[in-house]
Design a protein around this ligand. Structure first.
Ligand code: NAD
Ligand code: ZN
Length: 286
């Protein structure tokens, strides 16, 4: 939302090329300064991320134009279809082998800034809807990354519950397009991610809920905040009296309850917030 001070500029000036861009940048700079100040003061920060934090790593999100659902059939990601249809399992395995999601995605400036804020002792934990492992790759403590929707790098046996690293299964299966089965019990293997119709991992969800409800600043980065129960996290934080900051390209339903909303790219914004926190400029840029 455009801040009121900018509205005092005469309307004609908005038509001057470049001027509007400058105003937007000044507003963004001011908000980044405010967030850096909030980060500096907070004692218990929780970061909540969605697919938007990883688009700059080349992984498409779900809902933006060109996103995942424009290429794949959601029906193939329902647990019923997966368990009952060998054809769906074959499709999934071919998809995993094709490297579409496996391609060596690297953490971007946003993941790196979040990891750096943790190293500075500012971020307590990360709650993520992502399944791409990029927070861990960026250096966040894996024990403090709560993955609400699982992790693509792991394969789970639906029968005995054994968990295998994806690489191990691919290695064992060679280049074969045959659908692999569990080495222990020959059960059905499924990527360890939450399919439609499956419950969220109970323990992870309850830890995430606890942390969201006990932080003093919740920083949302790159989530449309429409998938529940994940999208309750900002509400739990606000109910507990925490401040709420949202960094997301497009508006979200929680914008109206947030203290600061920045509609901009996660990489650039988080990088600038980190830089300001580091330089200790937080208190002097109002
Ligand atoms: P979403 O696709 O619903 O929303 C992503 C949001 O990020 C959008 O509002 C978009 O405007 C914003 N965005 C896109 N690029 C951005 C950028 N560079 N900077 C800032 N914002 C940006 O994703 P969601 O909220 O995470 O929820 C949907 C589901 O998608 C989750 O269940 C998650 O498991 C799954 N998912 C995960 C991955 C991944 O692991 N990387 C990828 C796709 C989908
Ligand atoms: Zn098994």
């Amino acid at each position: 939302h455009v801040g009121t001070p900018c509205r005092k500029v005469s309307p004609g000036s908005e038509r001057v090329p470049g001027r509007r861009g400058k105003m937007i940048d000044r507003e963004k700079k001011e908000k980044i300064g405010r967030v850096a100040e909030m980060v500096a003061k907070a004692k218990n920060i929780v970061v909540f991320t969605g697919a938007g934090v990883s688009t700059e790593s080349g992984i498409p999100d779900f809902r933006s134009p060109g996103g995942f659902w424009t290429k794949f059939d959601p029906e193939d990601f329902t647990i019923d279809k997966f368990l009952t249809s060998p054809e769906t399992r074959r499709k999934q395995w071919r998809f995993l082998l094709s490297g579409d999601l496996l391609k060596e995605a690297r953490p971007n400036a946003a993941h790196e800034a979040i990891a750096a804020l943790e190293k500075l002792g500012k971020v307590n934990c990360v709650i993520t809807q992502n399944i791409d492992n990029l927070h861990q790759k960026a250096g966040n403590d894996p024990a403090k990354v709560f993955e609400l929707h699982g992790n693509m790098r792991w394969i789970l046996c639906m029968d005995c519950g054994e968990r295998y690293p994806l690489e191990e299964i691919i290695h064992q299966n060679g280049a074969s397009e045959e659908v692999p089965v569990c080495g222990r019990c020959s059960g059905i293997l499924k990527p360890d991610v939450i399919f439609f119709g499956e419950a969220l991992p109970e323990e992870t969800l309850s830890k995430a809920t606890w942390h969201a409800g006990h932080c003093d600043l919740l920083l949302v980065v790159g989530s449309s905040l429409v998938v529940y129960p994940a999208a309750y996290m900002p509400i739990y934080a606000k109910q507990a009296g925490a401040s709420l900051v949202i960094v997301n390209l497009s508006p979200t339903p929680a914008d109206k309850i947030a203290d600061v909303v920045i509609h901009a790219s996660a990489g650039e914004t988080m990088g600038r917030i980190l830089a300001e926190v580091r330089q200790g400029l937080a208190g002097s840029c109002a």
